[in-house]
Write a protein that binds this ligand. Structure first.
Ligand SMILES: Cc1cc2nc3c(=O)[nH]c(=O)nc-3n(C[C@H](O)[C@H](O)[C@H](O)COP(=O)(O)OP(=O)(O)OC[C@H]3O[C@@H](n4cnc5c(N)ncnc54)[C@H](O)[C@@H]3O)c2cc1C
Length: 465
């Protein structure tokens, strides 16, 4: 078996290597978490409220968030195979741990998990990629780095290999079957402008620079059916200081805990309901909302109680950060904002908070503002108690939502709806799972579930049943 990796070895692993390693998985309670996570101590268990994330809820989240457009057959496989796929990965050397730091809040002395996202890989995306590459190499899989796949080889209607470019040389590589798992097109500025629209060529790329849609194009050229949401993508509030492409040394430039504060644009106005839902269910649309604002930049602003709950991604080096004991002092530091309007916006926000409802970040607390043009519907904390902090944000694109159409067995379909013999696909380049919205942690699970199925099918391809 041969794996072609477009990147050099030092940048291997695509977007997966840039992740926090969070996996969305269906589980029925603490006992299931213990089957995925090794060595959970009695103390950790006593201090954690993992709750449950039943398969039915995972399924409903994906279907409802897609506006009922998602391919229910694919969603069913993703959900129903999530737990056993992660167990299998554990057996392959991937070490899972609970995400106490980013996905739970301390309530009555226990870490209460709130967003259906409970486990991550030790060492994050880098830990995941290292574990899987090591395992593959121990199994005798050959890895060819700096190999860019550009075309599929097709003979007698069946896929029988690929064309790849290595060190300027074009090579034909023959194979019994081909699995495409080369990501979406988020790193291709021209495709972003073409499919996502105005100003998307200007978005910062959070992850790998190698996912430019080449493998999607190669399959489309052979008659594969396009699927998914071509004008949709996953994008987040991203630190204004972040580099143009993801940098493994500067991970965590996203700013995803906006639900604990307020967000304003350069006009000094709020433009989203920061508390619409848990951030896992809204964060992937925030980059797009930011991109549409004047100058595509803005600020997240927090008072003392919200700021104290912010996780590490707000403390990384290079993050923009402004602090003052007074709102006036904070606003004075923000460059390019309408300062008078911003102070008006914040005072109106404070006056609109319904203080009769207690603040609780671990549940949808219903503590809202009333009567604003855009109300904040949960976790509304008036900006009264300093120190106040602000972070300047822009739009960071994570990944795209479109590519090829596959069957639940990961076989690529052609425009007529027939399977393309010898061709399988998995991961970001599969269309049909996400439309407009995305529940955090679904991407790694999807890549793993369908990657495992595609690999199994490709290995069996051509063998007698
Ligand atoms: C910063 C960041 C954080 C994220 N955090 C999470 C998270 O915590 N949880 C989660 O579920 N999802 C997360 N995601 C989304 C997640 O990364 C993706 O959904 C998932 O990694 C996709 O896996 P994949 O195998 O499809 O693509 P990738 O992991 O991107 O792998 C694609 C591979 O194909 C290679 N390649 C590309 N083109 C070619 C070519 N032409 N020839 C040969 N090789 C090629 C690439 O170099 C790469 O190795 C995050 C994404 C980013 C950018």
């Amino acid at each position: 078996m041969l794996v072609l990796e477009r990147a050099p070895e030092s940048a291997r692993g695509g977007n997966s290597a840039y992740t926090g390693g969070a996996f969305r998985v269906a589980y029925d309670g603490e006992q299931d978490i213990c089957r995925l996570v090794a060595d959970l101590s009695a103390d950790t268990l006593a201090q954690s409220d993992f709750g449950a994330y039943p398969a039915s809820q995972f399924f409903d989240d994906l279907i409802e968030m897609s506006g009922m457009r998602a391919d229910a057959d694919l969603v069913e496989v993703l959900v129903n195979r999530s737990f056993d796929t992660l167990q299998w990965m554990r057996g392959q050397g991937v070490r899972f741990i609970p995400i106490h730091g980013r996905q739970s809040f301390l309530v009555d002395g226990k870490h209460k998990f709130w967003g259906g996202l409970t486990i991550e890989v030790s060492g994050g995306g880098a830990g995941l990629v290292d574990a899987l590459f090591s395992r593959a190499q121990r199994q005798g899989v050959r890895i060819a780095y700096d190999h860019k796949m550009t075309e599929l080889l097709v003979e007698d209607g069946a896929v029988c290999g690929v064309v790849a470019v290595h060190a300027g040389q074009v090579r034909q590589l023959r194979a019994d079957a081909v699995v495409l798992a080369a990501g979406g097109y988020h790193a291709n500025a021209e495709w972003r402008a073409r499919y996502l629209g105005t100003n998307w060529d200007l978005a910062k790329v959070r992850g790998s620079r190698y996912n430019t849609g080449l493998a999607i194009q190669a399959a489309l050229n052979q008659g594969a059916r396009a699927a998914g949401h071509w004008t949709g993508c996953h994008s987040v509030f991203y630190d204004a200081n972040a580099p143009e492409f993801g940098d493994p040394a500067l991970l965590n430039q996203q700013k995803n805990y906006f639900n604990l504060g307020v967000v304003v644009n350069t006009l000094g106005e709020r433009f989203v309901n920061e508390g619409e839902n848990f951030r896992n269910y809204t964060y992937s649309r925030m980059g797009a909302a930011m991109l549409k604002q004047p100058g595509s930049r803005g600020w997240q602003i927090f008072e003392a109680q919200g700021a104290a709950l912010l996780p590490d991604e707000y403390r990384v080096r290079h993050a923009t950060r402004y602090q003052s004991d007074t709102l006036e002092g904070l606003v004075a530091q923000l460059e390019g904002v309408n300062k008078a309007q911003l102070l008006r916006t914040l005072r109106e926000f404070n006056a609109a908070v319904d203080r009769s409802v207690p603040f609780n970040p671990a549940v949808l607390d219903g503590r809202s503002t009333r009567g604003l043009p855009i109300d904040k519907t949960h976790w509304a904390l008036p900006l009264e108690q300093g120190p106040f902090v602000a972070f300047e944000v822009s739009c960071g694109i994570t990944c795209t939502y479109a590519g090829l159409s596959i069957t639940p067995q990961a076989q690529v379909l052609d425009e007529e709806g027939r399977t393309m013999p010898g061709l399988y696909a998995a991961g970001e380049m599969v269309g049909g799972l996400y439309y407009n919205k995305y529940p955090g942690g679904a991407g790694l699970t999807s890549g793993s579930v369908f990657g495992r199925i595609a690999g199994t099918q490709a290995a069996l391809h051509g063998r007698a049943p």
